[in-house]
Design a protein around this ligand. Structure first.
Ligand SMILES: [Zn+2]
Length: 269
């Protein structure tokens, strides 16, 4: 049975990732991973793209048209499909994921830590502060994997977005954080691969030099997609461009789930 971890690094643009993330670059260079360039959907905002990545739908189709739409998802999504198939789900993620797939609006007392198999995100650990250190978030993710062996797990560090919005993309704080995040991730990716997981690393959007995203330019729209793990043949840098709408059906395929009719775009695999 194939298990999947999605590392969704908030605001990890294509250029900063491919230039700064040396461990992932090593896996690509040695054909232990595949690298694609993803053209993100619009607007290049967080909450709409969280839902797009998890449903395979465009913003106008799923209705989460901006960060200001605070409600649960109404569409077939990866957490719901996995949970309803009797499999285990988990997330170490920003609280907007709790709002999309567990409960909205977020109740910091009831919703922040959950272990409940009737929820779409069964084992959830949610943070509310953008400056939450990636190193702590990744340790939480590592705990969830060891303790619950989830079939589908979301890991969602916010460090790139926090520093990008504070300083802008053309500053060392943003660029150097990709190097640090790659270093933090290397130990986890190595452990998770040894446990037989398939791992995807991507971004929801990139960042512009003014410290914003939301628009249509390549720096906010182009994100990387690294694929690696037991069920994936490492192809190195494929130089191929794929759509963000292909991520959800790709994960369904890896999990052995039927791909719903709402995900018409082809799996990348
Ligand atoms: Zn974001």
């Amino acid at each position: 049975m194939s298990k999947v971890i999605l590392v969704l690094s908030d605001a990890l643009g294509y250029t900063v990732a491919t230039q700064g993330m040396g461990y992932l670059g090593h896996l690509v260079e040695n054909k232990l991973a595949s690298l694609y360039k993803v053209i993100g959907e619009l607007p290049s905002m967080s909450r709409p793209m969280y839902e797009t990545i998890h449903t395979g739908l465009k913003t106008s189709q799923h209705g989460i048209i901006s960060n200001l739409v605070i409600r649960q998802s109404t569409q077939p999504n990866l957490f719901q499909l996995t949970s309803q198939a009797g499999k285990t789900t988990a997330a170490a993620a920003y609280y907007w994921f709790s709002e999309l797939y567990n409960h909205a609006p977020f109740d910091p007392i009831e919703d922040r830590e959950v272990n409940n198999r009737s929820l779409s995100i069964q084992h959830g650990r949610f943070y509310t502060q953008d400056e939450t250190p990636d190193i702590d978030l990744l340790a939480t993710a590592g705990m969830l994997v060891r303790r619950y062996s989830p079939d589908y797990m979301l890991v969602h560090p916010m460090g790139m977005d926090y520093l990008g919005e504070k300083y802008g993309a053309d500053f060392s704080q943003y660029r150097n954080h990709a190097i640090r995040q790659d270093e933090y991730l290397s130990g986890y990716i190595s452990e998770w691969m040894s446990l037989g997981y398939n791992i995807l690393v991507t971004g929801d959007h990139g960042m512009n030099d003014d410290g914003l995203h939301g628009g249509t330019t390549p720096n906010v729209r182009e994100v990387p997609l690294y694929l690696m793990g037991a069920s994936i043949d490492g192809l190195g840098d494929t130089q191929e461009i794929v759509s963000q709408l292909q991520i959800a059906p790709t994960i369904c395929k890896l999990l052995g789930l039927p791909i719903p009719g709402t995900m018409p775009h082809p799996s990348i695999l």
